[in-house]
Design a protein around this ligand. Sequence first.
Ligand code: GLY
Length: 343
Amino acid sequence: MKSTRRKFLQASVISSAAVLTGGQALAGSIVQPRPATNGSIVISTWDFGRAANAAAWSILERKGRALDAVEAGVRVPEADPSNQSVGYGGLPDRDGRVTLDACIMDEFYNCGSVMALEHITHAISVARLVMEKTPHIVLAGDGALQFALANGFKKENLLTPESEKAWKEWLKRSRYEPAINVENQLFRKENSSYPGGAENHDTIGMVALDASGNLSGACTTSGLAYKIHGRVGDSPIIGAGLYVDNEVGAATSTGVGEEVIRIVGSHLVVELMRQGHSPEAACKMAVQRIIKRSPEKSKNIQVGFLALNKKGEYGAYALQKGFTYAVKSSKTELVKPSKSIYG
Ligand code: GLY
């Protein structure tokens, strides 16, 4: 009894000392280092990132793990039928099938991905299960679906009446152009009720830094509208649509996936930050790499990068005007336009 009470008192003294020292470890004590303040931050692509950030923040503000925050965050647009580029209600491929791509990565280089997954709204949660429950990183197509069903996910119809109507309209022209902005501008012209708003929106990529100073990221999309069945973009490809290196920073991308894959864009942004570039400068250099590779094509497509470094500094850059991103921390809540090369 006495010994239990002594242990309790010792523990109390250690905790009080930790409080007095701002949560830092005392030399020689057994207290684990903890940040004195919550320096958490979450950033995500496009203006719909604001609602996603709010869900992520509810975890980060309680000093939860960045991995849990990014999964919870991107589940918001995945479940939103008015968002026609992610999850439930996503625009289908040219055969009328909604196929989802998603990936997730944590602070230990653990990662998981699903490609061309059908019938499951929360592709990101399936990707997380691939990461946590299998020795693999990627599951694709029917194998990904079977894995999801075996792990308790329910089969759903992801094609909403609105997206089906849009697809049937597209079928009248059936023009296949892997140019996201151009395609959607035409689409919006013909569909004034298009919920995407004034600019093309595609893919949510989210990266976060938690109170323990760890980074994680998630990326999820229904991909290019009316794509060839089986087409996979950058979003579920680790290094292309998302990359996290807990020593350096994290990055994600949006836009025409083919161009991002070509330069392994998100990995490139992280490596440029490792070389000492700011998140914005690293994103700009990645965009310039796309221009160098495809000078003519780059004038007519959109690609945007978003990055966060280990210090909680963030930045973005895009090919075209119109890319926005959302930021949430204890000090800030905003949606801002990214700088761009053209326009
Ligand atoms: N960035 C989304 C895609 O190309 O599928």
